[in-house]
Write a protein that binds this ligand. Structure first.
Ligand SMILES: *Cc1c(COP(=O)(O)O)cnc(C)c1O
Length: 215
């Protein structure tokens, strides 16, 4: 689907629920090469997401001259922390524990914008913090990790064919986000190719689209 069509769908979704927040679209490029990134870049798409540090490094090296902002959205292995830090992503969306936050914080020599990833569908195949620990852990990271600028939450919708289940997982994340707004949370990152319109209706202000951009 082309970007214009997707933006029309985004507009429709936010209007249908009376929301006027700005929505940020992150183009997930993990399964495509730099030509596809360039193609979107030429259509004014400037924010991209990768889920592996090595691939982020590779694309950044090739596309380094362009003013592209890179998001890191994958699980971060301890032995890749230094490399990720050296790549200066604009947002680390997938911080999923206080322990990992601490390990990154200790090595940072600049401020890294960060989201706490929440396992809002309580699926054991997924990373992310448990729902009932999310707020405590968020505040703990905020208090202790001074090099992280914790600015919101991220989650992946329930892996299900049942729209009600997916909606429920988005609503849970959004509820946590609302509770964290008084502590400075600004970003609620949820919604992918199959469910971004639903996510927007549930209060997402950042969607991460992969497949739908390239078919
Ligand atoms: C792959 C990925 C996406 C994009 O998924 P699509 O279904 O291809 O839109 C979004 N978020 C994360 C964390 C991902 O790993």
């Amino acid at each position: 689907m082309d970007l214009n069509q997707i933006w029309q769908n985004i507009q429709k979704a936010r209007i249908s629920c009376g929301k006027w927040d700005k929505i940020t679209l992150i183009a997930v490029s993990k399964n495509v090469n730099c030509d596809e990134v360039l193609n979107l870049y030429r259509q004014n798409q400037l924010e991209f997401g990768e889920n592996r540090v090595q691939e982020l490094k590779r694309k950044k090296e090739i596309l380094g001259d362009l003013p592209i902002s890179w998001h890191f959205i994958g699980s971060l292995q301890k032995n890749k922390i230094n490399q990720l830090i050296s790549l200066c992503p604009i947002l680390w969306q997938s911080c999923n524990s206080f322990e990992l936050a601490n390990a990154v914080d200790k090595r940072l020599n600049y401020t890294l914008n960060t989201l706490l990833e929440i396992n809002s569908a309580s699926e054991n195949t997924k990373s992310g913090i448990e729902i009932n620990k999310a707020i405590d852990e968020y505040l703990q990271i905020k208090e202790n990790c001074k090099n992280l600028n914790l600015c919101g939450v991220m989650s992946i919708g329930a892996h299900s064919d049942d729209i009600k289940q997916i909606q429920k997982s988005f609503e849970i994340t959004h509820k946590i986000f609302e509770n964290l707004q008084k502590f400075g949370a600004k970003i609620c990152s949820m919604g992918m190719s199959d469910d971004y319109e639903l996510a927007i209706k549930c209060g997402s202000n950042m969607i991460r689209l992969g497949r739908i951009l390239y078919n």
